[in-house]
Write a protein that binds this ligand. Structure first.
Ligand SMILES: C[S@@+](CC[C@H](N)C(=O)[O-])C[C@H]1O[C@@H](n2cnc3c(N)ncnc32)[C@H](O)[C@@H]1O
Length: 296
């Protein structure tokens, strides 16, 4: 079966590494990881990993285990091709990753299984790409698995899960709830889920074109409106996602057994060049996404 990101492929790599909204999302995620005390020594799971951009951030931040999961075979192929260091500017992000403080050694290691076994994907393609270096003391273990986040195999337990633009791809309410349930089932008690999720209600009032993405239509159908959008790459790449309300995400998290659900506004990188203070101030008035934090 082919999924939309099988076709988008390299266009998404271009979007991720050039679009301002992605830079803001990465800044937001790194700030949240920093506030949690970093990822050093943690077992981490990156849902909807795409070509592994955030999986590599976790590995380079010193995670003991970093497992990336995506439904698209093409995105996982790209992720494996990038290895741990990556050819996409992750090296340039080293300073930011370094800002992810080492977790308190005692706390980070408590109650953990031996772990380290390869996760088995439903297609049997799961493999481990050993890194050749980076910020971690030991070579980080990065694994990539082709799987639907709504039907995850038991791969954990993990201390931390990240999901950057996963939940907006749930086609209906039952898939949305299944995603939260299978993530919860892979987290240790007290583990965290950090999710970047879109903010609803912007179309047709807000134009995000200067930030690298454009919504072109909103179709009322199914459990949530279908938004038709474009990554503003050369040429633009069409994609679709569902306009769930934050309350829908929160309801699914609580139903899945998460004990806390919190929200934080998007953070933006320091002003630089054309992306000056006015540019980011305008973006913060109605950013594309928010950060959702859940505790298992
Ligand atoms: C906008 S991309 C984000 C990729 C990555 N999180 C990042 O920030 O670079 C969305 C990704 O979600 C994946 N995806 C969509 N539905 C999924 C599902 N049910 N299970 C796992 N991955 C899914 C897509 O294949 C795509 O790679």
């Amino acid at each position: 079966m082919r999924f939309q990101y099988d076709t988008i492929g390299e266009r998404f790599v271009e979007s991720k590494t050039t679009a301002a909204f992605s830079a803001a999302d990465t800044h937001t995620l790194l700030g949240a990881l920093d506030a949690l005390g970093g990822v050093r020594g943690l077992d981490t799971l990156d849902l909807a990993c795409g070509y592994g951009y955030n999986t590599r951030l976790l590995a380079r931040g010193g995670a003991r285990r970093a497992v990336g999961v995506d439904i698209s075979e093409e995105m996982i192929r790209l992720a494996r091709a990038h290895g741990v260091i990556g050819g996409d500017g992750v090296g340039a992000l080293e300073g930011a990753v370094g800002a992810v403080r080492p977790a308190d050694a005692a706390g980070a290691g408590a109650g953990r299984d031996a772990g380290g076994a390869d996760a088995g994907g439903p297609d049997g393609t799961a493999g481990r790409d050993r890194g050749t270096g980076g910020g971690a003391a030991a070579a980080p273990a990065v694994e990539y698995v082709v799987a639907d986040a709504a039907k995850l195999p038991q791969m954990g337990p993990f201390d931390l899960a990240t999901a950057v633009y996963l939940f907006n791809h749930a086609a209906d309410r039952s898939a949305l709830h299944a995603m939260f349930r299978s993530i919860r089932a892979n987290l240790r008690e007290g583990g965290r889920l950090l999710a970047i999720v879109p903010n609803a209600g912007a179309y047709p009032h807000v134009d995000w074109s200067p930030y690298g993405v454009r919504i072109v239509d909103r179709v009322l159908e199914g459990d949530a409106p279908l938004l038709k959008a474009q990554f503003l790459t050369q040429p633009p790449a069409d994609f679709e996602f569902r306009e769930w309300a934050h309350a829908d995400f929160a309801e699914a998290a609580v139903e899945a057994g998460f004990s806390t659900v919190g929200w934080q506004p998007n953070r933006t990188p320091p002003a630089e060049g054309a992306r000056d203070e006015a540019y980011w101030t305008a973006y913060r008035a109605w950013p594309i996404s928010s950060l959702m934090t859940c505790t298992a």
